[in-house]
Design a protein around this ligand. Structure first.
Ligand code: CU
Length: 129
């Protein structure tokens, strides 16, 4: 009986994913973005702006954990460079496009900037343990 319940729950979860007639019993772990909201949006350019948002709000503090960062580099004169405990990741200055980073944020201070314009294009946030 318990096995039957678990199978039902798995089917129900798979159904939420939007695939209509997927009757296989494969439970693909595709529940990253929706639960917990641990997705950040990093944007640089096309003007002299650099931002890091979570759910449309500028990030100032975060709980430690694993985050997905969707980076959108919109300019060939800017880049997005994130540094902090255990993290040092950057896009190319001369390139544009989107990248997806998975980062483990630990307790401490993190800083992001556009390297060619670091004095004016920068931001920071704090991660609490
Ligand atoms: Cu720049």
């Amino acid at each position: 009986m318990l096995v039957g319940l678990v199978a039902l729950a798995a089917l129900a979860l798979a159904g939420c994913g939007g695939s209509s007639s997927n009757s296989s019993e494969s439970t693909t772990p595709t529940t990253t973005a929706a639960s917990g909201g641990k997705t950040l949006d990093a944007t640089v350019g096309p003007g002299f702006t650099i931002t890091l948002d979570q759910n449309g709000k500028s990030v100032s503090t975060l709980a430690q954990g694993t985050y997905t960062i969707n980076v959108d580099d919109k300019s060939v004169i800017h880049n997005f460079h994130l540094t902090g405990p255990g993290v040092d990741k950057a896009t190319d200055v001369g390139g544009t496009g989107t990248e997806t980073w998975t980062v483990d944020l630990e307790a401490g201070s993190y800083h992001f900037q556009c390297d060619p314009h670091a004095s004016s294009m920068n931001g920071s946030f704090t991660v609490s343990g």
